[in-house]
Every structure is written in structure tokens, then in C-alpha cells.
Ligand binder design. Structure first.
Ligand SMILES: Cc1ncc(COP(=O)(O)O)c(C=O)c1O
Length: 397
């Protein structure tokens, strides 16, 4: 059987991670994989997580199975956190949710739900998008197409082209994947007025928004980062959400996420909830509990929640400060547009206007690691390496 298998190419970001790990240069700057780092280059366990884990260790009574839709307290706290307790679809009982195995698991269950409808919509993803969107969503057998999103000339969102393209090409019932905030890989987000317009557009064209909310809390704050999601949820009858706790709780390896759907009625919500459970059952039976229990412990305890909010604010502030510092260091003739874009963009990533050849020179001659597309993880920069990083980027321009 195995002799018929073909070699699969290594995942580009994992390969980049390995390459950076193997580089022993003391001047190495690793801006590859999307994890938050401190000024010392560490990815520590968040204080609230450590405290909650300590408490949970003594409180936990059993390792017995939980549920195909995961931890109930986690689901409740997450839905309240993301939408707000007064959100109409929530108070009206129109939101279904399930804990998932990270944001990736949420995307997968969301895709399975779409496939289960039997309607065979096309799923539209932005250009560019997170490299795993197409494999994760496409592997359930859905057709994927792209819509223009990021303009490499203006270094901003190609908002008009995006809507024109979807108007001309998407048909009613098609699903549109949108990054809720902190677009990966560009950091270029829709502003509130654009979200308002996109929400109306989706409603009028009868499109279904599928919001990927992997970085909420790390852009402009929890309320602003969820604005787009809440807006489309107030405007369009049906919305799918894939949220992750990997970044904002630093729980990457624990694999914690939430898949949710805004539906038109409590009956529909019950039906979708049942689908979530059944879909998860046939994929991995149940999501892992530890990370979800920790998130539930934090969000359900006023003191721990405050500790988490403070640390999230620190992380967000640090990313913004790094953006300012890198932008200032790049503010020289010929790099002004890049410097300005780094400030305007949001969250952990920016895509620099560099060619693949320039990215390779950065790697070979300066030990600066970023993806071939020029995506950098801003949190990989720090107060020690920003001058050298800016110098290297300017040298290859
Ligand atoms: C845009 C986007 N969506 C989803 C995910 C999935 O996150 P998780 O690690 O929680 O599966 C990521 C992770 O990098 C991401 O960047």
C-alpha cells in the first residue's frame, strides 16, 4: 500500500522554521513562524494561564470524556467574550457553538458544515491568505477561488477591487472567508466603515461570511478586533466563525478554538449545534480539554480575567511599539511607503514589498528569516535587533 504514496512537499513555514533553527549566526533574526515573542525572543506561558493551570490541577476531578462539542463553560465564556452578552443573536438563542481543536479545527468543522449543506457553494478566500486556508477548507471537497484583497503597490486593502470581483463572480450562497482582524499575512485590515459596507454587500448579494478570528485581542483590542464579525452577524442572516485561543491566550500547543454559527432561529441553532457535534465525532471524536478548561477558568474568574486582559494589553502594546520602532528605522528615502504601511497595518504580521530574490538575500547574507512572500512576524523583532533588521532590509531594496 505505502509504495503508491508520493512525497509531499514540506510545509513552507515549517521548512522556514527548521532553516532558521539550523542557522547558528549570532545576528540571526527569525521573523518566520507566527508566535508572539518577548523582547528576549521567548514565547512564555501567560501569567493568567500559569495561575489557572495551578488551580485547575487541584480542582480537576476526572479525566473522563467531556463532549463532542467540548467544554460547556468554555463555549459560553468564549461566545460572551467575542459577541458580548447583549448581542441580539445571542440573547435570541440563534448562535450555535462547539469547542474545536484550535482555530484550524474550527475552520475544518466550518468547512465540513458547509459541505454537509449539500449546496456546493464556492468558498472565496482573499489573495493572499493564510497558507493553510486552502488545504484545510478545500480538503473537504469544496471548490476554492480567490478574490483580490491586498494591493502590493499601495500596501493596503484593495477594497473596491474586492467587492467588484465578488459582485461579478460570486453567486448567491457562496461563502466568503474574511480575516476578522490582523490579516495574515499582510496586517492590512478593513476599517469599520469598510466592514459596514462589506456586511451590507454580503447581505445584498446573499453571500455567507466565514470569519477567521485567529488574532482577536492582538490588533486594536477585543472590542475593535471583533467589530467586523459582530457587524456581519447583525446584517447577514447566516455567519460562520472560526476563532482561536492559540495567540491571545498563548495556548498554541494545547489546541483550543471555537467554531460558531449565527443562524436565523433557535431551531436552526440547535440543528447546527447537532451538526457540529456529529462532524467533530467523525473527525476526532472530541477536542482536547486541558486548554479549554484553562480558558474557561480564566474567563470565569474576575481576578484571573483581569490578569489576562492586562497581559494581552501589554502584548498588543508591544507589537504596536515594535511597529513604530521598525517604521522609524525604515523612514529613509525610497522606503517611505513601507515605513508608513508598517504603522497602518495591524497585529503580528506585515508583508513587506520585497521580491523572492530579496528575501533570499536577506536569509543568506543577513540571517534574516521571513517567508518568500515577504511576510514578517513583527513580534520576532525586538529592541536589540531592530537597527540591524532595518539595515538589512534597506540593503536589499
Ligand atoms: C489566519 C489564521 N487562521 C487560523 C489559524 C489557526 O490557528 P491554530 O493554531 O489555533 O489552529 C492561524 C494560525 O496561524 C492563522 O494565522
Amino acid at each position: 500500500m505505502f509504495d503508491s504514496l508520493v512525497e509531499r512537499p514540506a510545509d513552507a513555514i515549517i521548512a522556514l522554521m527548521e532553516m532558521a533553527k539550523a542557522d547558528a549566526s549570532p545576528k540571526k533574526i527569525d521573523l518566520g513562524v507566527g508566535v508572539y515573542k518577548t523582547d528576549d525572543g521567548a514565547t512564555p506561558i501567560m501569567r493568567a494561564v500559569k495561575q489557572a493551570e495551578g488551580l485547575y490541577l487541584t480542582e480537576e476531578q476526572t479525566k473522563s470524556y467531556v463532549s463532542t462539542i467540548g467544554n460547556a463553560d468554555f463555549r459560553k465564556h468564549m461566545v460572551d467574550l467575542i459577541f458580548g452578552v447583549d448581542y441580539p443573536a445571542l440573547t435570541e438563542g440563534r448562535i450555535a457553538s462547539a469547542q474545536s481543536t484550535g482555530g484550524s479545527g474550527a475552520l475544518r468543522i466550518g468547512a465540513e458544515l458547509i459541505k454537509s449543506s449539500g449546496k456546493e457553494p464556492i468558498v472565496w478566500v482573499p489573495t493572499p491568505t493564510w497558507a493553510n486556508h486552502t488545504p484545510l477548507i478545500g480538503s473537504v471537497g469544496l471548490e476554492i477561488k480567490s478574490y483580490p484583497y491586498y494591493n502590493r503597490e499601495t500596501l493596503g486593502v484593495d477594497y473596491v477591487d474586492m467587492l467588484d470581483h465578488l459582485k461579478a463572480n460570486a453567486k448567491p450562497g457562496d461563502v466568503i472567508v474574511l480575516h476578522g482582524c490582523c490579516h495574515n499575512p499582510t496586517g492590512a485590515d478593513l476599517n469599520s466603515a469598510q466592514w459596514d459596507r462589506v456586511a451590507e454587500f454580503m447581505r445584498d448579494q446573499e453571500l455567507v461570511p466565514f470569519i477567521d478570528l485567529a488574532y482577536f485581542g492582538l490588533g486594536d483590542g477585543l472590542t475593535k478586533d471583533t467589530y467586523g464579525l459582530r457587524k456581519v452577524g447583525e446584517t447577514c442572516p447566516e455567519v460562520i466563525l472560526a476563532a482561536s485561543c492559540s495567540k491571545n491566550f498563548g495556548l498554541y500547543k494545547e489546541r483550543v478554538g471555537l467554531v460558531a454559527a449565527i443562524t436565523t432561529s433557535p431551531d436552526q441553532a440547535r440543528l447546527v449545534q447537532g451538526q457540529f457535534g456529529a462532524l467533530q465525532r467523525r473527525l476526532t471524536s472530541m477536542p482536547p480539554d486541558h486548554g479549554a478548561a484553562v480558558v474557561a477558568r480564566i474567563l470565569g474568574d474576575a481576578a484571573l480575567r483581569q490578569v489576562w486582559l492586562e497581559e494581552l494589553t501589554e502584548m498588543r502594546g508591544r507589537i504596536k511599539d515594535l511597529r513604530k520602532d521598525l517604521s522609524n528605522a525604515l523612514r529613509v528615502q525610497g522606503a517611505e511607503a513601507m515605513a508608513a504601511a508598517i504603522i497602518d497595518q495591524n497585529g503580528m504580521f506585515s508583508t513587506l514589498p520585497l521580491s523572492v530574490a530579496q528575501v533570499h538575500v536577506l536569509r543568506a547574507e543577513h540571517s534574516v528569516y521571513m517567508t518568500n512572500s515577504g511576510r514578517i512576524n513583527i513580534a520576532g523583532a525586538n529592541s536589540h535587533n531592530i537597527p540591524a533588521l532595518a539595515e538589512a532590509i534597506l540593503a536589499v531594496l
